[in-house]
Design a protein around this ligand. Structure first.
Ligand code: NAD
Length: 313
């Protein structure tokens, strides 16, 4: 068996086309979806990620603004900026580029973002919503993986899913999202003993450990779907995932490449979340009525007041 390669760029193109349609409808109603990106310090990788996000937004017709702060800025200053953006009706999504400098209380900063504008899905409410299955904005990387599986019509219900990696931004939310779709989920991490005894059981194997060649073909069941989230730069400059692509490809039914797999989906789901944030906020204001065929996230109106996002006047 030789696996079908899931082309992340192709899936991303399709999702972005849907986003553009929604964005065009919103604009026709006088609302231009807008993303605000906060970056603190001079981390070169963060700058590249932010540039990619801005580019993706402009390709779909969204407006975006970067708010850059010096590395030494006080947390309170950034939180005050977030409060201002929460109340700005032209801003529908707010993202704080991580990591923040060490003196920041990251949870506090992310908690300052209005739930209705939390397009990265890192606010505690959205994280908790993953457990209950009613998150407003799922985090972008696992959401992208979910879209790729959906695009290929890969069945989730009743499947054995093994997620390798238990980070807050990829592994844990991925496991929760697939559990909500009635998969039987196992999470492995750096302290897992004999990783292969788990991975070999997977109908769907999602790997997000940041370890090149962690998953070899002996660890994969014939016909498994293998999603490689890892991005690793080798000493020779090559970019690879966590999976031995050439070996595993001979055994799997589907596999994602690195680069060109999950990567393009992450930034695309940020655009998706931002467009849907704009639509939710416009719907709340009764500006557009319901757009046919567009699903919006659950309402948070029933939350205690402290958790409700301010609706722009
Ligand atoms: P992280 O370092 O926060 O977490 C890594 C997880 O992998 C931890 O739970 C750790 O216990 C586990 N792990 C490490 N070594 C392991 C081993 N030998 N066996 C089993 N588990 C092991 O990393 P992260 O932020 O979750 O990112 C993981 C990888 O995914 C990185 O390569 C990162 O660059 C990549 N990533 C890609 C995208 C994308 O858009 N494609 C987005 C986010 C992260």
């Amino acid at each position: 068996m030789v696996a079908k390669i899931i082309d992340g760029h192709a899936v991303a193109r399709q999702v972005r086309a849907q986003c553009r349609d929604i964005s065009d409808s919103l604009k026709a109603g006088g609302v231009t979806p807008g993303l605000a990106v906060i970056i603190v310090g001079n981390d070169p990788a963060s700058k590249v990620y932010v540039a990619n996000k801005i580019k993706a937004c402009s390709e779909v017709g969204l407006s975006s603004t970067v708010y850059a702060f010096e590395a030494g800025v006080e947390g309170a200053v950034v939180e005050a900026e977030i409060e201002r953006l929460n109340a700005d009706p032209t801003v529908h999504g707010i993202l704080v580029q991580l990591p923040l400098p060490k003196h920041f209380d990251v949870r506090r900063v992310l908690g300052a973002i209005s739930i209705d504008k939390d397009v990265d899905g890192f606010h505690l409410y959205n994280v908790g919503g993953l457990v209950l299955g009613d998150t407003v904005f799922p985090p972008c990387t696992p959401f992208g993986v979910q879209k790729m599986l959906e695009f290929e019509n890969i069945r989730i219900e009743g499947q054995n899913v093994v997620v390798v990696g238990a980070s807050n931004i990829v592994g844990k939310p991925m496991a929760l999202m697939l559990m909500q779709q009635d998969a039987t989920v196992c999470i492995c991490h750096a302290k897992t003993r004999d990783l292969a005894q788990f991975t070999i059981l997977a109908d769907i194997l999602v790997v997000a450990a940041g370890r090149p060649n962690l998953i070899t073909k002996e660890m994969v069941r014939t016909g498994a779907v293998v999603i490689d989230v890892g991005i690793n730069r080798l000493p020779d400059g090559r970019l690879v995932g966590d999976v031995d692509f050439e070996g595993v490809r001979q055994k799997a039914s589907y596999i994602t490449p690195v680069p060109g797999g999950v990567g393009p989906m992450t930034v695309t789901m940020l655009v998706y979340n931002t467009v849907h944030a704009a639509k939710r906020q416009a719907d709340k204001l009764g500006k557009l009525g319901k757009l046919a065929g567009v699903k919006t996230g659950e309402s948070v109106e029933s939350l205690p007041k402290a958790y409700q996002a301010p609706v722009p006047a």
